[in-house]
Write a protein that binds this ligand. Structure first.
Ligand SMILES: *Cc1c(COP(=O)(O)O)cnc(C)c1O
Length: 360
């Protein structure tokens, strides 16, 4: 039986990936030199398509890392000399906070209960903070920081750098990147690509800050400091031998998404997520883990299962529908269902039907 992965990363491949992979093999993409013109064109296509898809302001640079986890470390090394501040509401936002500590910085935080987000009214950030880290979509709990909060933080803290984790929410996320200095994602979530590539976006303020740190003797990294990456990026290259196939596939899939149109992708995402939350709310054994509808993720829906989630997960799995278990301590209490651009309306409708039919 063919399986469909609704896991929130890695997930079902975007439906055009097979065709792009076949073409990549025919064209020997995995064997070409990363110093060749052919690679430079692949790099430029990926950067152009991502910039267009996210509607990045001019001057924002796109850099390639191995993962979003790597972006966390690079952001601290390049943009924080002493102190970072983190909005923490789940496992991923907590991990970024911890990485800042591991790198010897003073990492402050505002914490919210899992399944919710930090409220703007209770947010106190010291002026001494250099960088404020926000997670748009906390994939471990399905809580989404409303986009307008990013704007409020920008207005209140014009001197601080703002880092936004958009790992599991792009391209659906309606972010005005003018309010953000750096953002990052990895490709195995909503882009529906094989894991092993991260995208790190930085603006001029980040480039300046990193140069300042370097001048004052702070170690900003070696091959993946912002300056080392930019030196190659202007030539459409990377310092190391990169994930050439991953960059190729990303460029192609971002192109497909542009062609489909972001409005259409967002409309479908909204429709499908409404259907999933409706199903949770109308099932006697399920409820949405995030209680405030304004804080519910559209791309990672999380339901609490009254009798425990393993039985439901295996019921769905026997029908070819692979959904995520709960994250960490919620492993056996939650199901997490990704609602990414590759998941069609028909697939989500079928999944909702199976959910509704379970134990009713
Ligand atoms: C998955 C995820 C990460 C980490 O991504 P990796 O590709 O594993 O490095 C970071 N933040 C969020 C919100 C995620 O969902």
């Amino acid at each position: 039986m063919p399986k469909i992965y609704f896991t929130p990363g890695p997930s079902q491949l975007y439906f055009t990936v097979q065709e792009h992979l076949r073409r990549a093999l025919r064209e020997d993409i995995p064997s070409i030199s990363h110093r060749s013109t052919k690679f430079q064109n692949i790099y430029a296509e990926a950067v152009d398509n991502i910039s267009a898809l996210l509607n990045l302001p001019s001057g924002y640079k796109i850099l390639f890392t191995a993962s979003a986890t790597e972006a966390w470390e690079r952001i601290i090394q390049n943009l924080v000399e002493r102190e970072s501040f983190h909005l923490v509401n789940g496992a991923f936002s907590a991990r970024f906070h911890e990485i800042s500590q591991q790198l010897g910085r003073t990492a402050l935080s505002a914490e919210a209960a899992e399944g919710s987000v930090v409220e703007m009214s209770s947010l106190l950030i010291p002026e001494s903070t250099e960088l404020i880290a926000i997670t748009h979509n906390e994939t471990s709990t399905g809580a989404r920081q409303p986009e307008k909060d990013v704007e409020s933080i920008r207005k209140a803290f014009p001197n601080q750098l703002i880092a936004l984790d958009v790992v599991s929410s792009v391209p659906d996320a309606e972010i005005n990147y003018n309010h953000v200095d750096t953002a990052y994602f990895s490709v195995q979530k909503a882009f529906g690509l094989p894991a092993g590539l991260g995208v790190w976006i930085v603006n001029d303020r980040c480039i300046e800050k990193s140069a300042q740190l370097q001048e004052s003797g702070t170690i900003t990294g070696s091959y993946h400091s912002i300056s080392a990456m930019l030196e190659k990026a202007v030539k459409n290259q990377t310092p190391e031998t990169p994930n050439v196939l991953g960059i190729y596939l990303l460029g192609r899939v971002a192109g497909d998404m542009l062609e489909k149109g972001l409005d259409q992708i967002r409309r479908e995402t909204a429709y499908k997520s409404a259907m999933l939350y409706h199903t949770y709310e109308n099932h006697p054994r399920l409820r949405a883990f995030v209680t405030n509808p304004e804080q519910r993720s559209r791309t990672t829906t999380v339901a609490h299962v009254d009798s425990g989630s393993p039985e439901l997960i295996s019921y769905l799995s026997s029908r070819g529908f692979i959904v995520g278990s709960g994250y960490g301590k919620y492993k056996s209490d939650h199901i997490r269902i990704a609602n990414f651009p590759t998941h069609s309306k028909e697939q989500i409708e079928m999944l909702a039907d199976y959910l509704s039919a379970w134990k009713q």
